[in-house]
Each structure stands twice: as C-alpha cells, then as structure tokens.
Ligand binder design. Structure first.
Ligand code: IMP
Length: 186
C-alpha cells in the first residue's frame, strides 16, 4: 500500500500501525498541491485527482484539521496555514479567557484503487490545553488533550496516540474496506 505524504511524522504514525497488519506500507514522499477550501472532502478530492495523474497505481493520502468549537470550527481545513503562521501559542492566545475548549481532530483519508476514489474519516474528540505540554508528536499535539485523558497527545508515546487517534480510526475504515473487497474477489 502506498502512502503519499511529505510529512514524515504522519508516515511514522502510519508505519507503526501497519507493523501490526500483514500489509506492507510504502512511503511516496511527495508534496502535492493543496486546494484552499473550507471543505476537507474537496481538498482531499483535489489532491487525489492530482496525484492519480502522476502515480498510476493504488495509493492513499490524508488531510487533517483541528476544529475548535468556540472559534466556530477554526482553524479546520486551514490548520496547516494557521500552524505555520501563529502556531500553538497563537491558538492558546486566541482562547485566552474562554472556558469552552472543546475541539476535535478530523482526518479524511482519500484512497485511489487505480480506478475510483474512496473516502474514510476518523475523529478524535478532546479539548485544548491551557499550556504547551509534551515533546512527542507534531503539529497541534502539544495543545490537544483527548477526551477521557489528562495529558496531551504530545505527552503520549506513538503507540498510545495511535491507539486512539483520528488517523488510526480513518485507517481502520480503509483497511476494513480493502479486506472486504479482497474477500469478495476470492
Ligand atoms: P495536513 O493534514 O498535513 O494538511 O495537516 C494540517 C495541519 O494539522 C498541519 O499543521 C499539521 O501539523 C497538523 N496536524 C495534522 N495531523 C495532526 C495530528 O495528528 N496531530 C497534531 N497536528 C496535526
């Protein structure tokens, strides 16, 4: 199975999950153009179309957003841009004095089977911390506390993050789909 991403952290997380499956993961390190849109599916569809023209074989890619309730879902699909411009400190500043810190990560995997496009989503509910905590992970991990936990994703090992993450949940759906479609061919 080919994963297309320019993000090494994402690859390492997927690699750790694939280690426990019988499927081999191949990393195609490529920075594809991303559509600016407020719809994750449109962003993923655009990327799938672009990459499928270059890689003429099955692959998957993924787009993730952090959606903060009290900011009307911001940064959402603009998460990359916001992380780059204001970072985690910027998010904490935007939330100063705000007690509703509920947020969620949503990952959307786009899969190309050589012919058609398929979409699989995964969500992780949680809240935004009051300070930056932890050194593991990447992106918004140091300010995101998953529901039912009292530590941030950046205070978890990759194994622990992968046991609950948005990415893992989306991938489970993709792997379930692939398993089913292989069984129906048999
Ligand atoms: P993209 O999916 O690569 O477009 O990522 C959007 C933004 O969200 C980037 O700034 C990433 O660093 C961040 N991001 C994506 N996945 C995660 C995650 O699992 N934890 C924390 N931040 C993430």
């Amino acid at each position: 199975m080919i994963l297309v991403t320019h993000n090494q952290h994402k690859f390492l997380e997927y690699e750790e999950i694939f280690l426990r499956s019988k499927i081999e993961l191949e990393w195609y390190n490529y920075e594809y153009p991303e559509l600016q849109s407020d719809n994750l599916k449109e962003i993923v569809e655009f990327s799938l179309k672009h990459v499928s023209r270059i890689l003429n074989r099955p692959f998957f890619l993924e787009d993730t957003g952090l959606f903060i309730d009290s900011l009307g879902g911001f940064p959402g699909p603009y998460s990359s841009y916001v992380q780059e411009k204001i970072g985690n400190m910027g998010i904490l500043r935007l939330l100063e004095g705000i007690s509703n810190r509920n947020a969620r990560f949503i990952s959307l995997i786009g899969y190309f089977d050589g012919k058609n496009f398929y979409y699989f989503d995964g969500t992780l509910e949680g809240s935004i911390s009051y300070s930056i905590r932890g050194k593991n992970g990447f992106g918004y991990d140091p300010i995101f506390i998953p529901e039912k936990y009292d530590k941030t994703l950046a205070e978890m090992s990759i194994q622990e993050k992968n046991s609950i993450s948005h990415r893992r949940r989306a991938l489970d759906k993709l792997l379930g789909y692939i398993k089913n479609s292989m069984e129906s061919i048999k």
